[in-house]
Ligand binder design. Structure first.
Ligand code: F6R
Length: 238
């Protein structure tokens, strides 16, 4: 299986490239876009907001949402997506797990059923410092579908920068599972900054292991990794 590695050290050029991949997908008929949140996506979403692209005939499907934050909370992924994308670039239908639900397990099941009724043409992914994708933390089964997760301390610490204190970071989230993510036709993973080096190193040069969830992408036939980490531009074969 092949991973196409695009190593671009200039950050503006890197995000320009990410945008051009997305634009080309849209031009060639992609309809369902899997979207992510987090700091990595913010510059890409700025490109989208400032573009002439029209997504009103497309659908968006988000990877995950915190459990227990009201939608109106500025750090809910519902609010994040509105602020960075949807207020300016509305999609036809926008799917996000409902983190306000009284029954997160049921909501996870409902979301998975929705996902199965769609085919995601392009899935955007960031990666956690511990190699998580979505909120699939180390040790998550590669066969997992959408589920409720307890966030690791490392993830809560990393995300504390968006909250007043670490105690404000939710302890649970609903996330697409690894199997759900792997159903996407194409995946674009963006990894920027030295903290992501161990995860990308493992993806490009390590064993496939559930202890580093991102390594599952080696099993997918159509992945682009876009990074500023200075890895050599190449196609990586298993
Ligand atoms: C976000 C998500 C997470 C982030 C990852 C990286 O929807 O699913 O996996 O992509 O935690 O976050 P940032 O981009 O903030 O470093």
């Amino acid at each position: 299986m092949t991973i196409q590695l695009l190593s671009i050290q200039n950050i503006d050029q890197l995000y320009e490239k990410a945008f051009s991949i997305l634009k080309e997908q849209q031009n060639t008929g992609a309809k369902n876009f899997g979207l992510a949140t987090g700091g990595t996506m913010i510059p890409l979403y700025k490109y989208i907001r400032n573009s002439a692209l029209d997504f009103s005939h497309c659908n968006s499907v988000n990877l995950d949402e915190y459990v227990g934050l009201p939608k109106s909370h500025p750090q809910s992924y519902f609010s994040f997506m509105r602020k960075h994308v949807f207020n300016t670039k509305p999609f036809g239908i926008t799917y996000l797990p409902n983190g306000e639900t009284a029954n997160p397990e049921e909501e996870a099941k409902r979301y998975e059923t929705t996902l199965k009724s769609l085919e995601i043409d392009l899935q955007l992914l960031g990666v956690g410092e511990n190699g998580h994708i979505g909120f699939n933390e180390p040790g998550t089964s590669f066969t997992s579908e959408t589920h409720v997760v307890t966030l690791t301390n490392s993830t809560r610490k990393a995300n504390a920068r968006f909250f007043h204190t670490i105690d404000d970071v939710p302890r649970k989230a609903i996330t697409m599972g690894i199997a759900s993510i792997m159903r996407a036709k194409q995946i674009l993973l963006i990894a920027v900054g030295a903290k992501k080096r161990p995860a990308i190193q493992a993806l490009l040069h390590g064993e496939i292991t559930e202890m580093i969830p991102v390594t599952v992408l080696k099993k997918h036939g159509n992945v682009i990794v876009l990074t500023d980490l200075g890895f050599k531009n190449t196609n990586h074969d298993d």
